[in-house]
Design a binder for this molecule. Structure first.
Ligand code: SAM
Ligand code: SF4
Length: 333
């Protein structure tokens, strides 16, 4: 049932997009996300179960959210994820159901995910060279990930998007290779500016390769033109190849061109905290309401009040910027 209430924050932005982290665990160790030393995972009892995730998702959709993205940690580590996808996909009023994954388990499960109702998939991939890939992720698994991407394309999880974090001195020699990859596979490669959300606190402004730098590099070899968009809250600026080749190139530029003014997102962490911004310093504990069986009115009020508190913008570019305590793998990217 869609309620006659819209989720609007105090700056007039409507919330349409819920990102659900289903686990804080991961089998990769991307250096910009997780530390290589042993992580302390949240105890299982603190992680929302599928019933709880579903209940909250239904509430959000009844409040006008129409996009859900399942993420993590690595969401495919969660047992029987397909059953959660199936239940999320059947929520009335939902327009879009997507997932972000490292693709390690995708080769054998892409079809089942599609059959369960997953519409689209985003795979994170920062290098197309096996050794560099192993250095970046701590796992020598490039071929497994590529096979996962091919399986997703075959299963028609369209469009298959590739997220590549652009980092100076790390993968800035690979952008053209990624453009060629987009053309060959018909994939949408999106370059994301490196954000200060890393566990090792290695982020430095000089390491951020701006979307504009990447675009200019690609445009010089494969001319690009803007894809017109009527969705102001879309995070990526989209470009296509002038020569009509398949695939697209997108740029997510949170550092050089913040898009907070059009943000329509809210996040639910694996341990049941609502976060109104990636860079929030406060979290809103909705799990305690769920677990004491709070009435629906109380849950709705809690969500409305949380959304009211959504921050106007992030402060990455301000001198007083303070990195949030939790990293991307815990928040859910
Ligand atoms: N494990 C899954 C994966 O890697 O796709 C889903 C979770 S991961 C945290 C989601 C996205 O966050 C990935 O595309 C990753 O590249 C991105 N990410 C993580 N840390 C980041 C950082 N410091 N700056 C920019 N993007 C980051
Ligand atoms: Fe794991 Fe994804 Fe973070 Fe890499 S980016 S460590 S795959 S959660």
């Amino acid at each position: 049932m869609i309620l006659p209430i819209t989720l609007k924050d105090s700056f007039g932005r409507t919330i349409r997009d819920l990102r659900i982290s289903v686990t804080d665990r991961c089998n990769f160790r991307c250096f910009y996300c997780m530390p290589t030393e042993a992580m302390e995972w949240k105890p299982k009892a603190e992680i929302l179960n599928y019933e709880e995730i579903l209940r909250l998702s239904e509430l959000f959709v009844s409040l006008g959210v129409n996009k859900l993205r399942v993420t993590g940690g690595e969401p495919m580590l969660r047992r029987d994820l397909e059953s959660l996808i199936e239940r999320l996909a059947s929520i009335e009023g939902l327009a879009d159901l997507a997932m972000t994954t490292n693709a390690h388990f995708l080769k054998t499960r892409a079809r089942a995910l599609k059959a369960a109702g997953l519409q689209r998939i985003t795979v994170s991939l920062d290098s197309l060279e096996p050794e560099r890939f192993a250095l970046l992720t701590g796992r020598n698994e490039l071929s497994t990930v590529l096979a996962g991407i091919d399986a997703a394309i075959e299963a028609d999880l369209h469009p298959v998007k590739i997220n590549c974090v652009s980092m100076r001195g790390i993968n800035d020699d690979q952008f053209l290779k990624f453009a060629a990859f987009a053309r060959e596979r018909g994939a949408h490669v999106r370059f994301i500016e490196f954000m200060p959300l890393d566990n090792g606190k290695v982020w430095k402004r000089e390491m951020v390769v701006t979307g504009e730098e990447v675009r200019a590099q690609i445009h010089a070899v494969y001319p690009l033109e803007r894809v017109p968009s009527d969705n102001p809250s879309e995070t990526a600026r989209r470009w296509r190849f002038v020569d009509g080749a398949a695939g697209e190139i997108g740029f997510i530029n949170p550092v050089s061109q913040p898009f907070c003014g059009a943000c329509s997102r809210i996040r639910l962490t694996a341990d049941g905290q609502l976060r109104t911004c990636l860079f929030s310093h406060v979290e809103h504990d909705i799990k305690q309401l769920l677990r004491r069986d709070a009435p629906i009115e109380e849950l709705l009020d809690f969500i409305l009040m949380t959304v009211e508190k959504k921050e106007e913008r992030h402060h990455i570019n301000d001198l007083e910027f303070v990195q949030p305590l939790r990293t991307m793998s815990c928040i859910g990217g």
